[in-house]
Write a protein that binds this ligand. Structure first.
Ligand SMILES: [Zn+2]
Ligand SMILES: [Zn+2]
Length: 345
């Protein structure tokens, strides 16, 4: 099969680009299925890995953790899935046996399978994965677009419903509402009946945030007094701030514009030292929490909302690439030129 290989070493990309090569197709184990990849979403996590996040133990590796496709083979012990089914493979497959998993914290499983991160992934014509991490796609949803359900659609779901616990009427600021996770947060906040304030750098993406349900938009580059603007806009501060950027200035604005007793939820990874206003945290009794990935029960719930048309994948995939264009695609992602991109096979 054809695949994009990252030969490393850590941090050598893009000077040393990924290469497209012929490699043997994976053989699924007894509990695995083999999926012919239709689309694989391109994620900021991949860029972090390409830029040097020390998570890969062995090179070369095939990246790509957001695939949708069709099952072509099932292992001898696979129980629920069949050849021919349209599926996604979850970007976070818990072991279901460790203490975290048995406590209902499958998103924090330490033995999780991360295809395209810890083992070969889906920037390839075929990819194998354990049955427990593979989910059928509802009939009325497009196969290619569903690749992003494998990660961002569910990551945003967990942040909004399980961590922030947004309620109708809440005023919610979404930092980075111009990226994939941010735009899904906008959709969920709007679906709940809360006020969604979308904050981002690129104006054309803020227009999209509006189309997808944002009540207000703020261009962060044109608004030097971001916290003050938010306080003014909301009559004193927002109930909840969701940060998908990992940018220190954005988190600082969140601390200065979340109202007494409000919550700040961090959904981003960042190598930068982040400011935490400890005085405000204590004096205003703010809740500051992290939100990591999602659990297995979130996937069918996120799919149900898409199936019913409460949320949409339309316009989320702004760019479609060939496998051969993958290096340029990641550079465009890094430059903020995509809403979300995918390699289409
Ligand atoms: Zn991802
Ligand atoms: Zn586990």
């Amino acid at each position: 099969m054809k695949a994009a290989l990252y030969h490393g070493p850590v941090g050598s990309w893009p000077e040393k680009p990924m290469t497209i090569e012929e490699v043997p197709t994976q053989v699924p184990g007894p509990k695995d299925v083999l999926v012919k990849v239709a689309a694989c979403g391109l994620c900021h996590t991949d860029v972090t890995i390409l830029r040097g996040a020390p998570v890969i133990s062995e090179f070369p590796i095939i990246l790509g953790h957001e695939p949708s496709g069709i099952i072509t083979e099932v292992g001898s012990e696979v129980k629920k899935l069949q050849v021919g089914q349209r599926v996604i493979i979850s970007s976070n497959i818990p072991c279901l046996e460790c203490e975290a998993c048995r406590s209902g914290w499958e998103n924090k499983c330490g033995n999780n399978v991360l295809i395209g991160v810890k083992c070969n992934g889906a920037l390839a014509e075929y990819v194998a994965a354990p049955e427990v991490g593979v989910y059928p796609i509802p009939d009325n949803l497009p196969l290619e677009d569903c690749c992003i359900v494998a990660d961002i659609v569910c990551t945003a779901f967990h942040a909004v419903y399980n961590r922030a616990k947004v309620k109708p009427g809440d005023k919610v600021a979404i930092y980075g509402a111009t990226g994939g996770i941010g735009l899904m947060c906008v959709q969920y906040v709007a679906a709940i009946g809360a006020t969604a304030i979308a904050i981002g750098r690129k104006k054309w993406k803020l227009e999209l945030a509006k189309e997808l349900g944002a009540d207000e938009t703020i261009c962060s580059e044109e608004t030097p007094e971001l916290a003050r603007t938010l306080r003014k806009m909301t009559g004193g501060g927002v109930d909840i701030s969701l940060d998908t950027t990992g940018v220190p200035a954005m988190l600082d604005a969140a601390f200065r514009s979340t109202k007494v007793g409000g919550s700040i939820v961090e959904i981003a990874l960042s190598f930068e030292k982040m400011p935490v206003d400890i005085n405000r945290l204590m004096w205003w009794e703010l809740d500051f929490m992290g939100s990591r990935a999602f659990g297995p029960t979130d996937i069918p719930r996120a799919f149900k909302m898409l199936e019913k048309g409460i949320t949409t994948l339309d316009k989320m995939l702004s760019h479609r690439f060939k496998l051969e264009e993958v290096n340029e695609a990641y550079q465009m992602l890094e430059r903020g030129e995509l809403v979300r991109g995918a390699v289409i096979f």
